[in-house]
Structures are given as structure tokens and as C-alpha cells.
Write a protein that binds this ligand. Structure first.
Ligand code: PMV
Length: 323
């Protein structure tokens, strides 16, 4: 038997970094999806093909899952299978294939999406009924086992889809009744390592605890206000909140010259507001933009060397594609 599933990528709208420290954030799913197929086989072996992350013909006895050296590109899927099998028996072996619609360089959350897909596909394959929250919990545990840190917002976007108000670790996962947002997304051309950036911020917090904790609280305020104005579709105010948040992210030291160039040129071209999205240090920025300024903002991002990526927002979470 074979199951194919897919899960969306994500973009952080407001609240990154602070959300790691018991504060809320706003996140949206994006319509670039990760696809994973899982096939049960008789031989008690785990096979993995993940060409997007340079893993091909990887195999391991089921009894060895999670042990020994694991190539970087295989980690999330393998540990997800290992964690699932600790709770629910897997009979025989598995052939897993992953294929992404988006580059793992964008910071759209390919690792989390492949983790969520793996857990969801295994539950369907083994006929274990898991609620979405249970899929989230097991996937989030997998991400923490590997990364040691992270709020789980990306796991929530992949699992539930939509636009979410999210609190650290999934203490609150609230879908917002808003379908989409007029965002222009710009890729800076550099891949950032989220864990390194989280560690840098935590170093800054150790050195300047009062200042940095105050910033987290200010960001929390922006997120709470952002949630309210988003529901009213007050994009003007939401854009201002994005600009304020960007100021705090720069203060935390996670912005880059290239991101700032893209952000400033978007604002000058008429965006309501613009900020980096995710850990910073590279990856993507987002500009909330009136429809009649979309072209000008896209050109402005291009003119400073950014690449505009077309995405739809607020799409469905993890789902079965075909059995
Ligand atoms: O770099 P990304 O897109 O994985 O985003 C990281 C966002 C952080 O708040 C810094 C970390 C987290 O897990 O919430």
C-alpha cells in the first residue's frame, strides 16, 4: 500500500524570535507544497529518496532508525519515522520519497513540512487515527529532537494551513477568519540557518537581558494588535506594525543589508509596510502592498537584487493526495 500526502510551506507575518520565548506570532501557509509518498514493503528496511536535499538510495534496517550517522537531508523524515514507530507499531519496512515544489533555500519550512507529511502519511498507512493536534505534537517533538530549539510555528502552518495566531509550542493555535493578504515576497538570495540566528539572539539576551526581554514584550504587543487589525482587513495599520517589528528585528541583530535594501525600496515604492520573514540573516522579506502598487514594489525589490516569488497564502494544511 502507498500513500501520498502534501503540506504547505509558511511565511512568518509578525512575531519571529519573540515566539521562541513564550510569546505569540502570526503565520500564514503558502501554496508551495512539500509532497511525500510512503509505501509499506515486506522487507524490514527504511528506504529514502529526497533528491531536493541530495539524498538518494538511502537505506537502513528499521531496527536502526534514528541511530548512527544520519545525513542532514534525511534527518527529519528518519526521526519522524522513528518517533512514530515508538508510539505505533510499523509492520515491515517503508519506502519514502519526498519532492518539494519550492527550493529549500527560501526558508519556507521544507524540513517541518516534510516532517508533518511523514507523520500524517504514516498514520494513514497504519490506520492510526491522529487528530491534527496529535500530528502537530509528534512533528514538533521531531523538530525539537533534531534542532533543540524552535517555536513550532512552521509545523503548525504545515499541519493546519490557513493564517494562524500561534503561541510557542502550540499552546494556542487559532485559525484566523481571513483568507489571504496582498503580500509581495522577495528572496534575498542567501540561505540563513535559523538555529544559528536563534542562538545569536539568545546570546544577545544573555548580555542584555532587560533590553532584549523588553523587545520580546513589544513584539508581543504588535502581534496582539496585528491580530485585531488583520481581522478588520486594516492593511494600512498592519503595514505600520510590520515596519515597527522590522525595527525590533534589526535591533536584535538579525537583519542584513540586503534585506534592508529590499525592505526600504518596497516602502519607497508604496508598500503599506515591509519586514524580514523568519529567522533573518537572509531568506525572504515580505511587503504588504496595495494592489495598484504591486508591480512597482516587485520592480523595486528586483532593482536591489532581490527575487520576487509568487505565492498564494492561507492555503489548506496537510492532506492526502492519492493512495
Ligand atoms: O527561519 P525560519 O523561517 O525557520 O523562522 C524562524 C523563526 C524563529 O522565530 C526565529 C524560530 C521559531 O521557531 O519560531
Amino acid at each position: 500500500m502507498k500513500i501520498s500526502v502534501s503540506a504547505p510551506g509558511k511565511l512568518m507575518l509578525l512575531g519571529e524570535h519573540a515566539v521562541v520565548y513564550n510569546r505569540p506570532c502570526l503565520v500564514t501557509s503558502v501554496d508551495q507544497r512539500m509532497r511525500v509518498s510512503v509505501e509499506s514493503i515486506k522487507e524490514e528496511v527504511f528506504f529514502l529518496d529526497a533528491p531536493d536535499v541530495k539524498v538518494s538510495n538511502y537505506k537502513k534496517p528499521i531496527s536502526e532508525l534514528g541511530k548512527g550517522d544520519i545525513p542532514k537531508g534525511a534527518k527529519f523524515v528518519e526521526i519522524a519515522v522513528a518517533n512514530f514507530s515508538k508510539k505505533h507499531k510499523i509492520i515491515g519496512g517503508l519506502k519514502v520519497k519526498t519532492k518539494s515544489q519550492f527550493s529549500s533555500l527560501f526558508g519556507f519550512g521544507s524540513s517541518s513540512a516534510s516532517t508533518v507529511c511523514t507523520i500524517f502519511a504514516l498514520s494513514a498507512l497504519s490506520r492510526v487515527k491522529l487528530s491534527k493536534k496529535e500530528v502537530f505534537d509528534l512533528s514538533y517533538k521531531t523538530v525539537l529532537d533534531i534542532q533543540g530549539r524552535g517555536s513550532g510555528f512552521d509545523v503548525a502552518a504545515a499541519t493546519f494551513g490557513g493564517i494562524l495566531y500561534f503561541f510557542t509550542g502550540g499552546k494556542v493555535i487559532e485559525p484566523l477568519k481571513i483568507k489571504t493578504l496582498p503580500l509581495v515576497v522577495g528572496y534575498s538570495g542567501t540561505k540563513a540557518d535559523s538555529v544559528t540566528l536563534m542562538n545569536q539572539v539568545s546570546q544577545r539576551e544573555k548580555k542584555y537581558p532587560r533590553a532584549v526581554k523588553n523587545i520580546y514584550d513589544q513584539i508581543k504587543d504588535l502581534v496582539e494588535t496585528g491580530k485585531k487589525v488583520l481581522l478588520k482587513k486594516d492593511f494600512q495599520t498592519f503595514g505600520e506594525l510590520m515596519d515597527l517589528d522590522q525595527g525590533y528585528l534589526s535591533t536584535l541583530g538579525v537583519s542584513t543589508k540586503k534585506l534592508e535594501d529590499m525592505i526600504y525600496s518596497s516602502r519607497e515604492a508604496g508598500a503599506y509596510g515591509a519586514k524580514l520573514s523568519g529567522a533573518g540573516g537572509g531568506d525572504c522579506m515580505i511587503a504588504l502592498t496595495p494592489e495598484n502598487k504591486r508591480l512597482a514594489v516587485s520592480r523595486a525589490i528586483n532593482s536591489v537584487g532581490g527575487e520576487v516569488i509568487k505565492v498564494d497564502l492561507g492555503v489548506e494544511g496537510v492532506r492526502i493526495e492519492k493512495k
